[in-house]
Design a protein around this ligand. Structure first.
Ligand code: ZN
Length: 274
């Protein structure tokens, strides 16, 4: 079974907000410039994935000019062309395009994107707003999964009210065939909601990037029961070592089967990598 990291960002954005850069500095440490220089290319990222025992990684675009920064869809498409191990997910900021649904079609059919990520807390919209319903209809028709940031964010300008997983319940009801992924599993306030929604809805998943793996059973005491609905992600470069997170997950007192599912089997099914 492959190991799949469902949440990775390119290190070199086209622009960073100062807060995002300061956060990166705090993770990377003193050799920030050297690390960026070494890790900016897709080849370096693929080498790191190999050394970490990761077979595939979902690479995320992000158009969040107010809160974090800009990593364009074109930039991510180009980055992922270097290796079939890198799987591009587009971002559509509904405030920056006239027709989010048309933009998604362009990204998928024109640029080869395999999924969509939305950032409601960074881009200030409710996930269940009627104005972006055509975007979900388009994703469902294209047969691609949609990741939605839920829970807390440390970056200045984030608005946490948009991060409540409960909004995703509306989407699961209205788009039953659409795969919906709760990024960060409701981090902070809403672990119980994210967990329950993933149990309740056949196509709703929880992704655990940004959560310390050794704390997972504290946040989700019943993790094992939901292991078919949980996806491993690192949020690199927001963590220094992907391998350390994988090792911590492997050390949890849950079944080997559950670990296999979380580390790759569930993601392979969603991404059609079986
Ligand atoms: Zn992230």
């Amino acid at each position: 079974m492959p190991v799949i990291d469902f949440h990775l960002h390119p290190l070199r954005y086209e622009t960073y907000q100062p807060g995002a850069k300061a956060y990166l500095e705090s993770v990377i440490g003193e050799d920030m410039e050297g690390y960026i220089a070494r890790m900016a290319t897709p080849e370096a990222v693929v080498e790191m994935l190999e050394e970490s025992g990761v077979d595939y990684a979902v690479v995320l675009a992000e158009l969040s000019p107010i809160t974090t920064g800009m990593m364009s869809n074109e930039g991510v498409a180009e980055f992922c062309r270097a290796s079939e191990r890198l799987i591009p997910f587009a971002n559509i900021n509904p405030h920056l395009v006239a027709s989010p649904a048309e933009e998604l079609e362009r990204c998928v059919k024109g640029l080869g994107f395999r999924g969509l990520k939305l950032y409601p807390t960074y881009q200030h919209f409710y996930p269940n707003e009627s104005a972006i319903y055509p975007l979900y209809a388009q994703a469902e028709e294209l047969g691609i999964p949609v990741m939605i940031h839920t829970g807390s964010s440390v970056f200045r300008g984030s608005r946490l009210k948009y991060g409540d997983p409960l909004f995703i319940d509306d989407l699961a009801v209205d788009f039953p065939k659409l795969v919906l992924i709760q990024v960060h599993s409701g981090r902070g306030f809403w672990y119980d909601r994210a967990f329950l929604l993933a149990r309740l809805h056949e196509n709703v998943y929880m992704e655990i990037a940004g959560l310390p793996p050794q704390k997972l059973l504290t946040y989700f005491p019943d993790l094992e029961r939901n292991s078919s609905k949980v996806l491993f992600g690192s949020d690199w470069p927001g963590v220094r070592s992907i391998k350390a997170n994988i090792d911590a997950l492997r050390a949890l007192p849950i079944s080997e089967e559950a670990k296999r599912k979380i580390l790759g089997e569930n993601a392979a099914r969603i991404l059609g990598l079986e």
